[in-house]
Design a protein around this ligand. Sequence first.
Ligand code: GLN
Length: 544
Amino acid sequence: MTRFIFITGGVVSSLGKGLMAASLAALLQARGYRVRIRKFDPYLNVDPGTMSPYQHGEVYVTDDGAETDLDLGHYERFTGVPSRQSDNITSGRIYQTIIAKERRGDYLGATVQVIPHVTDAIKEFARADVDGLDFVLCEIGGTVGDIESLPFMEAIRQLRNDLGRANTVSVHLTLVPYIAAAGELKTKPTQHSVRDLTSLGIQPDVLVCRSERPLPDSDRAKIALFCNVPKEAVIPALDAKSIYAVPLQYHREGLDSAVLNAFGIEPGPSPDLRRWADIMDRVDNPEGEVTVGVIGKYTGLLDAYKSLHEALVHGGMANRVKVNIRWIEGELFEQPNSDVAAQLEPCHAILVPGGFGERGTEGMIESVRFARERKVPYFGICLGMQMACIEGARNTAGLSGASTTEFGPTNEPVVGMITEWMSHEGLQQREAGGDLGGTMRLGAYPAHLSGNSHVSTIYGGSEISERHRHRYEVNVHYREALERGGLAFSGMSPDGQLPEIVERPDHPWFVGVQFHPELKSKPFDPHPLFASFIAAALRQSRLV
Ligand code: GLN
């Protein structure tokens, strides 16, 4: 029997609902349960794929090619369970499906309404694809009281009846603010938020109270009394110094036992949390530090590079070092008197991450040149690989006009729009002026690595599968010219048509990948490319 945990938030957003869901799932998993986490997003975009990274942070891509909310990245990093298309739904996707059905005449003349049609679609999504699972955690985006989230709340209320009260638990995350003038924590916002939730027919079973000061026992008792939950089910949640400390902290505060108790399950012995203790030991006791310069274009909002940031931290954990990241806007290097060397010399390694559009890319190309010439470790991811190829074409292969068709017409399309490729679903075809949503090469694709390449040593094998999200590809027709310039094509798609990895054999560490390895890195299983890159940064730090 699969049980459902519904997670809602109140008072304000950004309280760390996604991290709480991920941590609770990790704790249940450590107790031997099979878990899955889902995100319900109330906005009207069909998926976050078309949203600016400044609006919504990173778009997290799953193996099966879904463009999803960045919370799914936390879920996967904390549980190791690969997310799927069926783990993220938006109001936009629900309405899209319902309206398509209505146009086909599938509703046989009925009036199509929020209740029951939208709520039924939400319930169907929650219950699909749950075979073999003990717990499905459903996180509802937004905060209680938002107009957009009402159909989701109503669907939860109904599901609690459909599935039986014993099989569902409602966890509500709130804020207990500290009011400096009064010198006190205030429980009133939590009381109001729970009142809003109960007015929608949902009585929370567990309350998680975020606060910046320890919650006194008397406040815990007061919240329990006013909100109609047992005192042990009021879980204090203080700010943590690292996101990886959160599962241990929630366990100490009794979150996993409170949830199991709410289901009527005897929690039993403490779970085995050695994995998390080891991670925190690496965070707390680094044996050195390195600085990585990231030359990107959304550096003003770090959520835009969430998985990248975490993967670099994991690379640090693998080497027991602290990774300092120096975020640099590519545009900075395009200004007339910008001193690239002065900015990059303090960095022990340089990384150009994924991105879209031309802004800042000349600065990225300058950074690649710096890394190549100075023999500083370089890691190019997606756009960063494309920029490494353009830099190589311009400065080592004599193709001064090299560019990508993404930035406009060019005579040397070293990177070009891909209009045809094979996916799991067969031949994919695109037109230059087609829709932007959902039309990239998305999801997991295999690559074959050449026998004696650096990357085959790093991966410890020659067959890999990594996740993609891009519309343009390095043009295989330039392979020979680029290889003459020292850039080896060491990873290719199985049909040999799409360059997946380039590297410079005459450089200490220079790798460009067309995919996003950061999406698969985990704190307990750092991605080999990031572990190797940080090891190279560490060697570099000992040289300078
Ligand atoms: N803009 C490039 C493309 O679409 C790179 C995309 C990316 O870095 N994710 O191919």
